[in-house]
Design a protein around this ligand. Structure first.
Ligand SMILES: Nc1ncnc2c1ncn2[C@@H]1O[C@H](COP(=O)(O)OP(=O)(O)O)[C@@H](O)[C@H]1O
Ligand SMILES: Nc1ccn([C@@H]2O[C@H](COP(=O)(O)OP(=O)(O)O)[C@@H](O)[C@H]2O)c(=O)n1
Length: 212
């Protein structure tokens, strides 16, 4: 079974992806880490974020086994990731790796922005997870404070709005709801409530397939 989870920044995609993967015994890929890693490689090499050739080369060299999630999670890397993620050649370079992950025997859970629309249009279940921008900023603020990263909630809200706009307005693989996605608004749900709702959706799809 392939579960595709998409949604805007800090909506809870990764948290849901991890929990659904654990529940169903599937591998999980947070695809945002790939774009974050491309940006990090560029910056580490002293390149600028608008260098398409360098970004594409960095994307082609990515190795899933060597992603250092701790180093990629910070606020600056989210912003930088959305800049390189708007480059069609960077996205193209990352498609095969994501599809190979999804194609593992038994399936997988992937979360990102274009999983249900571009990477796995044939996914068994598609979730589009949302929450109000204010609630998402609060969640990201709590996360950054817990990481020991200085954070200002108003600035994070600005970041999130700017990044959502960039992700939704880019011409290639924009953040968009797949026509067959189940939308889940988690604004008023805690992480357990969101997981219960997501599990309900996935279980209903699994049950309907078993019957037919
Ligand atoms: N339903 C929820 N209620 C409150 N906090 C949540 C919820 N879902 C996730 N979080 C927290 O919000 C932050 C962002 O969640 P994450 O899963 O990383 O989102 P995304 O992958 O969409 O960026 C994390 O610190 C996570 O623990
Ligand atoms: N499948 C994906 C995943 C992420 N991204 C880009 O990578 C950036 C960082 O993604 P992320 O999922 O780590 O960000 P958060 O939602 O965790 O803040 C996003 O703002 C997108 O620009 C993408 O374009 N396509």
């Amino acid at each position: 079974m392939i579960i595709a989870i998409d949604g805007p920044a800090a909506s809870g995609k990764g948290t849901l992806g991890r929990r659904l993967a654990a529940h169903f015994g599937l591998p999980h890929l947070d695809t945002g880490l790939l774009y974050r890693a491309v940006a990090q490689r560029l910056l580490a090499a002293g390149e600028t974020l608008d260098d398409v050739a360098a970004a594409t080369a960095a994307a082609r060299e990515l190795d899933l086994e060597r992603l250092d999630e701790g180093a990629l999670r910070g606020r600056a890397m989210g912003e930088a990731a959305s800049i390189v993620a708007a480059m069609p050649s960077v996205r193209e370079a990352l498609i095969a790796l994501q599809r190979a992950f999804a194609g593992q025997p038994g399936g997988a859970v992937l979360d990102g922005r274009d999983i249900g629309t571009v990477i796995c249009p044939e996914a068994d279940v598609k979730l589009f997870v949302t929450a109000s921008a204010e609630e998402r900023a609060r969640r990201r603020w709590r996360e950054l404070v817990a990481r020991g990263e200085p954070a200002d909630e108003a600035a994070i809200l600005e970041d999130i709005r700017r990044r959502d706009r960039r992700d939704a307005e880019r011409p290639t693989a924009p953040l968009a709801v797949a026509p067959d996605a189940h939308q889940l608004d988690t604004t008023r749900l805690d992480a357990d409530g969101a997981f219960a709702a997501a599990l309900g959706i996935v279980s209903a799809v699994v049950a309907s397939r078993t019957k037919s």
